[in-house]
Design a protein. Structure first.
Lengths: 426, 121
């Protein structure tokens, strides 16, 4: 059996997405030690990639991974037991964990999986617990539930690898020592806690949104969609979960049109809408219909409804701006952040003209002075009003503040075009 | 799991609360302790004000411990009391703490800290 390195890597990515969190949850249940469970699966993933590249793919990769992780967990527990013996402690609880069902059922016979699919969502709630800092929730979710490596997480969020590693270690330690349950909370806490979970999933997607590489679009973005699907499958009665899945599906549907072949960004007004994935758009619309049944609107459903308006418009000019504006007016009741108001102003410009929109944008200038898109939006409105010098100054400020390469390219191109026009006029 | 709940407040802000209102919330606190009676390993203690505190500190350089008038910290927040609870997990402790009646006053907070279990070490 001979397989290329790409095959092994693709299968590993797929297996990780489907199996890793189940295996972590399974080992956690057996050992009662989240740290050991998570560490064991990470080690198993590393050895999986190594040996699959060498020997080809196993018949049942999930079972292979489970067996490998189980061995690692036993090793880790033995190592700790030995350490505790050396320190003069008791190791009876560890022995019982070792002798317990770890050596019981064998997964190598191709059973579907070691743990119920439902185990992953309780773990997701634990990783996104409000007792953890938001950055830690994100890093831990991506490692423990999605199965990404620390290096990959660090690259996605432009954070040094040791920083991410430390966040994960601290978060895992706190889950153990503070008694954070890996469980779906009861009905009273569920709405707020679900919002925390969905926020982390959305942040994971956002990190991939402007990354034109395969790692961004095929990897992290797809992982975030997968997480949203998982939440919907486990909590099908939660409209905000469907709202987020709808939103991410709509964003993914436009992914192909969002970048040129050279990786440069294409903004929504300029996208070739025939390149959108219209089947994905139809799926997203079904998710949103499903969400709407409960008549419990929320910010993710509203964001998704706005994205759906864009998705169903044949062109930017023919977009239903009144509808979008109305949706923004409802959305600001759930999320009054200045960024939402800025987005609303863009819709207002299309509906009521640049002058009124500029008035709104200027009112936000104090709170968003460090945000490149405030200045880029101002520049666009000023240009439409014929105030070209002010527009150029605003674009320059936007370029000064922008950090994403794709954003910087667009702003540089705008400034170059403005310079050409003024040279032609002179 | 066992946790200590530390009930803290800002004495400077407490002064602004009318005595009548304070008495009212005090009654609710009795009710709260009754409601969660079964979870307490030790219902703990309510402490006298920070102005009654005396602190023994490690010396800055050499010599023996130093006795100082006042609390150990110069923070505005003060621990006004504590209890020890035994509940299944952090969420159960959080649910209790969220209902702490004094949280209607500005500056009030409840800190939850797990207790080191020497039996497991």
């Amino acid at each position: 059996m001979s397989h290329s390195r790409d095959d092994a890597d693709a299968l590993l990515a797929d297996t990780v997405r489907r199996e890793a969190s189940s295996v972590v949850a399974f080992l956690y249940r057996l050992t009662g030690d989240f740290d050991v469970a998570e560490e064991a699966v990470q080690e198993a993933l590393v050895s999986a990639l190594h040996s699959w590249r060498r020997d080809g793919l196993p018949d049942v990769p999930g079972a292979w991974l489970t067996t490998a992780a189980k061995h690692r967990a036993v090793d880790l527990l033995r190592r700790r037991a030995r350490q505790r013996r050396l320190e003069g402690g008791l190791d009876a609880p560890l022995d019982s964990a070792l002798d317990g069902p770890l050596d019981g059922p064998s997964w190598s016979d191709g059973l579907p999986g070691p743990a119920d699919a439902d185990d992953r969502v309780p773990m997701l709630f634990g990783c996104c617990h409000p007792a953890l800092a938001v950055e830690a929730r994100l890093a831990l979710t991506l490692r423990a539930v999605v199965g990404l490596t620390t290096a990959r997480i660090a690259a996605a969020f432009l954070v040094p690898e040791p920083t991410v590693a430390q966040r994960i270690v601290r978060a895992k330690r706190k889950i153990g020592s503070a008694g954070i349950p890996l469980a779906i909370p009861g009905p009273e806490e569920l709405p707020a806690r679900l919002d925390d979970v969905l926020t982390v999933v959305c942040l994971a997607y956002t990190a991939a949104f402007l990354d034109p590489s395969a790692a961004g679009q095929g990897g992290l973005a797809a992982d975030a969609v997968w997480l949203a699907e998982l939440v919907c499958a486990t909590l099908p009665g939660e409209p905000e979960a469907w709202g987020l899945l709808g939103l991410l599906t709509l964003q993914q549907a436009r992914a192909r049109a969002r970048f040129e072949a050279d990786g440069s960004l294409v903004l929504l007004p300029d996208q070739d809408r025939s390149r959108w994935d219209h089947r994905a758009i139809a799926s997203a619309e079904r998710y949103l219909e499903r969400a709407a049944v409960w008549r419990r609107p929320g910010r993710f459903q509203l964001h998704a409804a706005i994205a759906a308006c864009h998705a169903s418009a044949p062109t930017w000019a023919e977009t239903d701006w009144l509808q979008i504006l109305t949706l923004y007016d409802v959305l600001v009741r759930y999320d009054g952040s200045p960024v939402i108001r800025l987005n609303r102003a863009v819709a207002l410009a299309e509906y009521a003209g640049p002058e009124r929109a500029l008035h709104e944008v200027d009112a936000l200038a104090d709170r968003l002075s460090g945000y490149h898109l405030l200045h880029a939006t101002r520049a666009e409105l000023l240009r439409r009003l014929g105030r070209t010098d002010e527009a150029t100054a605003a674009d320059r400020e936007a370029l000064r503040l922008a950090t994403e390469p794709v954003d910087r390219d667009i702003l540089s191109a705008r400034l170059a075009a403005a310079q050409e026009r003024s040279a032609a006029d002179a | 799991m066992k946790y200590v709940l530390m009930y803290t407040s800002r004495p400077d802000l407490d002064e602004a609360v009318p005595a009548e209102r304070q008495a009212e919330v005090y009654q609710q606190i009795f009710g709260w302790f009754e409601k969660y009676g079964a979870t307490f390993v030790d219902s703990g203690a309510e402490l006298q004000g920070a102005h009654t505190a005396t602190t023994v500190k490690a010396p800055a350089d050499g010599g023996g411990p130093v006795v100082v008038d006042g609390p150990f910290t110069e923070a505005k927040e003060m621990i006004g009391g504590f209890s020890i609870v035994d509940v299944p997990d952090l969420d159960a402790a959080l649910a209790m703490a969220r209902e702490w009646p004094a949280l209607v006053f500005p500056g009030v907070a409840v800190e939850i800290r797990p207790i080191v279990d020497h039996g497991e070490m």
